[in-house]
Design a protein around this ligand. Sequence first.
Ligand SMILES: C[S@@+](CC[C@H](N)C(=O)[O-])C[C@H]1O[C@@H](n2cnc3c(N)ncnc32)[C@H](O)[C@@H]1O
Length: 202
Amino acid sequence: MKTITITALLFLLTVPLLPQTKMNSTDIDKKVKTFLERKEGSWHEANIPESDGKLLYDIIIKNNYTRVLEIGTSTGYSAIWIAWALSKTGGKLITIEIDEERYKAAIVNFKEAGLSDYIDARLADAHKLVHQLKGPLDFAFMDADISTDYFDATAPRLVKGGVYVSHGVRNQNSEYANYLKGLKEFETNFNTGGGFCISKKK
Ligand SMILES: C[S@@+](CC[C@H](N)C(=O)[O-])C[C@H]1O[C@@H](n2cnc3c(N)ncnc32)[C@H](O)[C@@H]1O
């Protein structure tokens, strides 16, 4: 698993690292760590495991990504890992959730983790909203219903070297997987660990 994870990161590390932001993140680190420790074992709304959260965090930091979209917030566990990384790169996350209860719980979690400033949480149907959002993206994390609709709306916004991560693609020969494999503008890697299917824009 460790080898697979390293392979995944190497796959992504072609974008040169830029200098880290001037932000002193000690206080944020303390607050997020305390929050995550307190909430350990309580993430039951289809949230990703901690190992996947760490992987998201590493990908963002190592590539100095700043403009991030997440589809499928749930109660905000993955968004917290993403936003924690963005607190260091100086970026911002837009995350979309359709379920009002989960959205509300996420808002509380973002506040308690001290990361609200790095997150623009939207209560919306992502199938509609992804077609309305504009502007360049470095990174997209799709963790809702697997659909090429999200990909097609988001892919043109990704910068060269940017990545679209689809979570939960278990069958590498599924219609969705074959669609990604067939795209000339993207290189898609399924053996990345963490249940991530990573499509990188060439
Ligand atoms: C697997 S969970 C996301 C888990 C979250 N990324 C985490 O790890 O903390 C998928 C979420 O996508 C949401 N979802 C499903 N369809 C959606 C849609 N069309 N628009 C927005 N959110 C949607 C579900 O309500 C659910 O909360």
